[in-house]
Ligand binder design. Structure first.
Ligand SMILES: [Zn+2]
Length: 394
C-alpha cells in the first residue's frame, strides 16, 4: 500500500498569516467604530435626544413597556452601525477572500447572503430586545434570571431547528448516494451510539474553496454533513477520521456543554448589567426606569463589553472540547496518518495559520492550532505503539 503523504504548503502558510493579520486588523477597526459610537451616545446628549425624538411612539400595551420606541431606537442604532461599517464588511467579506482565492461567490450572491443574514439576525435580535424590555418593565428585580432561562430554552430549540430551518436558507443539502463511504460513516455513527438522519452533502463550492464537515442538529434533526469541497479531494479514510472527530462531540455531549456554559456566562453578564442599570436609575437618576428605551445604548455597551471580556474563557473551553474530540477520533479509529493528512489538507485548503502566536490563539481561536493537533496525533501514535513507556514517561 502506498501512503501519499500530504505536505504543508509553505507559500500558503505565508498567505495564511497575512490573511489572518489583515482580517484581525479589520475586525479591530469595526469594533473600534462600535465603541466610539456607543461612547458618543452615552457621553453626549445624542443618546437621550434620540430617545426623546421617539416619544410620540407611545403605544404601551403593558405599563412601562414601549415596544415601538424600542423597535425604532434599536433599528436606528443597528442600521447606522451596519451602514457605517459596510465598506469594511465588503472589503473583509468579499474583496479579501477573493484576493486570497477563498471565495467563489459573485457579488450578487454575496450581497444576497449578506442581506439574508442581516435580516435574520435583526429579526432575532429585535425579538430578544423586546422581550428583555418587557421583563425590565414587569420584573425589574429578576428580569435577568428570566432572560437567561429564556435564552437557554431558545438555544436548545435553535440547535434542534437550525439544520432544517436556518442552514437551508444559505446552503443546499442533498443526501449522499448510497455507497461505501455512506456505509462507513453510518457504521461510525452507530458505534458512537449517535442516531442520525443520514449523511448529507452541503453545497459549499459555489461559495468557497474551503472545506468543512459537521454533525448538525439535536435529537431527531441530527445529521452528518460533509461539504462538497471535502468530498471531492479527501480520501475516504480522511473523511472518516474527520467525522469521527465530529462524533466525538456527540459522545462527549459537547453541544449541551456549550449551551449550558454559554447560559451560565449569559446569566452572569445579565446580572452585572442589572446592577449597573439599577445604579444608573436608582441612585444616579439618569433614566426614568429600567425599561426606559433610552437605556438601549447602555445595555448594548454593557453586553458588548462583557462578551468581549469572557470571549477568551469561551474560546479556552472550546479548545479543550476540540482537543477531546480529536482524542476520540484517534482512539475510535486509530487512523493517525489519515488524521494528520486531513489536518494538513484542511490547513492548506482553508488557508489557516498552523501556528498562530500564543496570545492570538488564547484570545481568538476556538480550535487548537493545526500544529498542536498534529503533535497530539504524534503523541497518540507513540502511546499507542508503546503504551507502557508512554505512561511511565509522563
Ligand atoms: Zn470539533
Amino acid at each position: 500500500m502506498t501512503v501519499t503523504s500530504v505536505e504543508l504548503d509553505l507559500n500558503r502558510q505565508q498567505e495564511a498569516k497575512a490573511y489572518a493579520r489583515i482580517r484581525r486588523r479589520l475586525s479591530y477597526i469595526t469594533m473600534g467604530i462600535g465603541v466610539i459610537g456607543i461612547i458618543i451616545l452615552l457621553f453626549t446628549n445624542l443618546g437621550i435626544w434620540l430617545a426623546n425624538q421617539l416619544h410620540t411612539l407611545s403605544w404601551q400595551p403593558v405599563t412601562g413597556w414601549f415596544p415601538l420606541q424600542i423597535l425604532a431606537y434599536f433599528l436606528i442604532l443597528m442600521l447606522a452601525y451596519e451602514i457605517i461599517t459596510a465598506p469594511i464588511a465588503y472589503y473583509s467579506g468579499f474583496v479579501l477572500p477573493h484576493r486570497y482565492g477563498l471565495s467563489t461567490m459573485s457579488l450578487k450572491s454575496w450581497l444576497a447572503d449578506l442581506f439574508k443574514g442581516l435580516a435574520l439576525s435583526l429579526v432575532l435580535e429585535i425579538l430578544v430586545i423586546e422581550f428583555v424590555y418587557l421583563l425590565l418593565a414587569i420584573q425589574p428585580q429578576t428580569w435577568w434570571l428570566w432572560v437567561a432561562l429564556a435564552m437557554l430554552f431558545f438555544s436548545v430549540v435553535m440547535a434542534n431547528l437550525a439544520p432544517v430551518l436556518i442552514f437551508p436558507i444559505f446552503y443546499k443539502f442533498t443526501p449522499l448516494p448510497e455507497g461505501d463511504l455512506t456505509k462507513r460513516l453510518l457504521a461510525l455513527a452507530q458505534r458512537a451510539h449517535a442516531r442520525v438522519r443520514g449523511v448529507f452533502t452541503m453545497q459549499m463550492s459555489n461559495k468557497t474553496t474551503a472545506a468543512n464537515a459537521a454533525l448538525m442538529g439535536l435529537g431527531n434533526t441530527r445529521r452528518i454533513v460533509i461539504g462538497d469541497t471535502m468530498l471531492d479531494r479527501y480520501t475516504p479514510d480522511e473523511i472518516e477520521v474527520v467525522l469521527a472527530h465530529e462524533l466525538g462531540h456527540h459522545v462527549h455531549h459537547d453541544l449541551w456543554k456549550l449551551i449550558i456554559s454559554q447560559s451560565i456566562l449569559t446569566l452572569g453578564g445579565l446580572y452585572l448589567v442589572n446592577l449597573v442599570l439599577h445604579w444608573t436609575v436608582d441612585t444616579q437618576h439618569i433614566y426614568i426606569s429600567l425599561a426606559d428605551p433610552a437605556t438601549i445604548p447602555l445595555l448594548l455597551a454593557l453586553m458588548g463589553a462583557f462578551s468581549l471580556i469572557v470571549m477568551p474563557i469561551g474560546n479556552g473551553l472550546s479548545r479543550a472540547i476540540e482537543y477531546q474530540a480529536d482524542e476520540y477520533a484517534l482512539q475510535s479509529t486509530k487512523m493517525v496518518e489519515p488524521f494528520k493528512s486531513a489536518m494538513t489538507r484542511l490547513a492548506n485548503q482553508n488557508l489557516s495559520d498552523v501556528e498562530p502566536s500564543p496570545i492570538i490563539e488564547f484570545l481568538f481561536h476556538d480550535h487548537p492550532s493545526v500544529n498542536k493537533r498534529l503533535k497530539h496525533a504524534d503523541n497518540f501514535a507513540a502511546q499507542f505503539a508503546n503504551p507502557v513507556t508512554a505512561n511511565s514517561a509522563q
